[in-house]
Write a protein that binds this ligand. Sequence first.
Ligand SMILES: *Cc1c(COP(=O)(O)O)cnc(C)c1O
Length: 433
Amino acid sequence: MQYYSLNKNAPKTSFADAVISGIAPDRGLYFPDNITPLPESFFDSIESLDNTEIAYQAIQQFIGDEIPESELRDILNDVLNFDFPVIDIEDNIGTLELFHGPTMAFKDVGARFMARCLGYFNRNKKSQVTVLVATSGDTGGAVANGFLGVNGVNVVILYPSGKVSEIQEKQLTTLGQNITALEVDGVFDDCQDMVKTAFLDASITDHMQLTSANSINVARWLPQLFYFLFAYKQIKHKNKDVVFSVPSGNFGNICAGIVAQKLGLPVKHFIAATNSNDTVVRYLKTSSYEPKQSIATISNAMDVGNPSNFVRIQQLFNNSIDSLKDKFSAYSFTDPQTKEAMLSIFNESGYIPDPHGAVGYLGLKKHKIEADQYGIFLETAHPVKFLDIVEETLQTSVEIPTQIQKVIDKEKHSTNINNYEELKEFLLNTYSK
Ligand SMILES: *Cc1c(COP(=O)(O)O)cnc(C)c1O
């Protein structure tokens, strides 16, 4: 499969090159040259397929012959070795739990898939690749865990100091080996801007191969489309129109859902549910895209003022705002509304949501799910990842799973950086050939 840059000012490239370089030379995001719908028989018989088979059928065209079938199946088997259950919450509303992976965040699948692809592409080379990634919370832990010990790959994670939860911080600062955490005096957008600048800075890239592991990387982004297929497989028997509400920050997850729809998945409507970082919500109202500085909220993995993947969503709708609005809505919710929703879900159903899932739930409520529809909100993180806010809001205690407790007990190691020059110095001193 060939990938082109959405800035349309760079040559087309292979899947491998898109994964290794992360972003195109013209700073555009890579996008698949074409998306061919899966045969109807795939959706007719999806209940009888296991998750690896579903994933293989769905992702194969995006990789082509660049990874042999048996190797790709092994990668998928390994990446998808946990559950993705849909849990009924109330009449016509359920949640798709995406937090059963090793770091209990939905980004585990994308991070693990990307790490294994990179490991495969790098299998014979002695050269080193440096993965540079900005995190607003969960990406860092998932990437650190997914890439730990992968040969020939160093991982550098930038995170905003004091703006991620204690557990999130521990998950990305305690692994050691090929994983380094840089603690940035700033907000997530500062981290993301530094990463984007570094990719285009020849005084760095002349000395090392850099790549990204944010959802701008196609190998991080595309496997997220599996979730929507796994959900459909479980609720198909209900015979209802499906509406997905996706708690959104960089809009990679929901964008992958729309790719699943392009593959033929029957989806009635997509809802992007955001916190106060409402750039897309405002865009749909005013037709004018005006990014702004991110605002800190209790659903901090979505504190993104200028969502990278929105250009991909626009492309999926041929850059027509009218076609987009037909299939896609966006709503934003404040922290007090989010807490109220957490409490009401807990009181009504006994289910303990995390703040991100609660924002997704609010999206369904606002959109109003009709009797012939089934609304699914994505639970993108286990409540333990946002322990303080969950326990304080619900006045209940959350049991700490063993994989989290192990991390809490470890010691944090991070390096402080205050600006881009310091990042550059760090990279050159540490990794230059
Ligand atoms: C990253 C993240 C999101 C947002 O996903 P995007 O693909 O960036 O829109 C939502 N919830 C959690 C817990 C996350 O970690």
